[in-house]
Design a protein around this ligand. Structure first.
Ligand SMILES: Cc1cc2nc3c(=O)[nH]c(=O)nc-3n(C[C@H](O)[C@H](O)[C@H](O)COP(=O)(O)O)c2cc1C
Length: 370
């Protein structure tokens, strides 16, 4: 309902966000999560929220590897780390959700503070270090439940000294992966968390080869995605893509957070040294990687575009650069929860304006040789 959405946007940007942005970011996130859990238990709340914000149009629906996505906008990994919000997120208007990242063992994450806002840069600095309840508890939470939209599970290795060793790290990934083989619609292997003990060892081709060989051996019939760092050079990407091509990988998520501090999009002073940056700071890097992989792999993989989506135009750009699916977090925090429906509404309008009958026809429209 555009009028209710516009009213929410006004209220969010002028009241709620102003108040929320005065408080500690992690506490604010935890409070929003608690509210989301409560709202998810009320059918009335879900119906009202859906009526006010969600937008549906068959032009946005796609079936990919047997999974039907009612719209392409997903909640990216890291917002619903412990799979507590799956009841409310469909009403907000998401087409899918990626929970996690979930690790083999429960993990407290890095010491606080570990989340900061960069308001001028429209970005967050994230140093959580994979805080989550662990694969066993989270898979138990989801057992036997069904949800209105598909969800995927992002898996990573536990952030501790032991898992910084390659073999132990691989075993931990395998434990997390194995816990979700009968839950959810897909699994993402997150090799790009910028905040863990021992760095990002699986961006090394030999180690990635070992990791994917172990994952290949776990019986699983649904799609497997891999999530990459935006800080990889095109040469590094080439070697990683060679490895990925030899394994059971159906999709690539471009991208995780950027660690680089010399990014001209950073407008705020006093950026913390640690942590990865999201939002508008990572958008161009993510788009460049998405385009590069789309042109190089020519439809071999489902590509998921993530980084800096705030508007329908941002989303449409990624689709035209080769993304079939999209994910976001930071845009929702800066623009408000109604932005998911607004982006879907805007996307449908842009697709119709350009003569596409379904979103899948627009995927890669701006690529060379498309
Ligand atoms: C608070 C927060 C926590 C995150 N945690 C994870 C995570 O656990 N796993 C992961 O793969 N990405 C994580 N990310 C990265 C996001 O999934 C996404 O790739 C990145 O934020 C870029 O999207 P955005 O600009 O829409 O936020 C996190 C991002 C944020 C903001």
């Amino acid at each position: 309902m555009p009028i209710l959405s516009a009213l929410t946007k006004f209220g969010y940007k002028n009241v709620i966000k102003k108040m929320a942005f005065r408080n500690d970011p992690e506490e604010t996130h935890d409070r929003f999560t608690e509210t989301g859990i409560k709202l998810g238990k009320s059918n009335l709340a879900k119906s009202l929220i859906s009526f006010a914000w969600a937008y549906q149009d068959p032009i946005l629906t796609q079936t990919i590897h047997g999974v039907t996505f009612p719209n392409p906008i997903g909640l990216s990994a890291g917002f619903d780390k412990n799979a507590q919000l799956l009841d409310i997120l469909p009403s907000i208007g998401f087409g899918f959700v990626e929970i996690g990242s979930v690790t083999g063992e429960p993990c407290e994450g890095n010491p606080k503070p570990r989340l900061w806002r960069l308001p001028k840069s429209e970005s967050l600095v994230v140093y959580y270090g994979l805080k989550n309840d662990g694969a066993e508890a989270i898979s138990k939470r989801l057992k036997g439940k069904s949800f209105a939209i598909p969800f995927g599970v992002s898996v990573a290795k536990t952030n501790n000294v032991a898992c910084a060793q390659v073999e132990a790290g691989i075993a931990d990934y395998a434990k997390a992966f194995g816990a979700f083989t009968d839950t959810g619609s897909y699994i993402t292997i997150n090799i790009s968390c910028p905040n863990t003990f021992g760095g990002e060892p699986f961006t090394d081709p030999e180690r990635l080869e070992k990791l994917l060989t172990v994952i290949d051996a776990i019986p699983y019939t649904k799609p497997v995605f891999i999530k990459l760092s935006p800080d990889l050079s095109f040469e590094q990407l080439d070697t990683l893509l060679d490895v990925v091509a030899r394994h059971r990988v159906h999709g690539i998520i471009c991208t995780n957070l950027t660690k680089k501090r010399d990014n001209p999009k950073i407008q705020d002073a006093n950026v913390p040294d640690k942590g990865g940056l999201s939002g508008k700071v990572v958008e161009e890097l993510s788009n460049a990687q998405l385009k590069y992989i789309a042109e190089k792999t020519k439809g071999k993989y489902i590509l998921v575009g993530v980084g800096g989506i705030f508007t329908a135009e941002d989303a449409y750009k990624k689709i035209r650069l080769g993304a079939s699916l999209l994910q976001m977090i930071t845009g929702m925090i800066f623009e408000g929860p109604q932005s998911i429906g607004d982006i879907n509404r805007g996307l449908a309008r842009l697709l119709k304006r350009d003569g596409f009958k379904n979103i899948s026809e627009a995927v890669g429209a701006d690529l060379r040789h498309s």
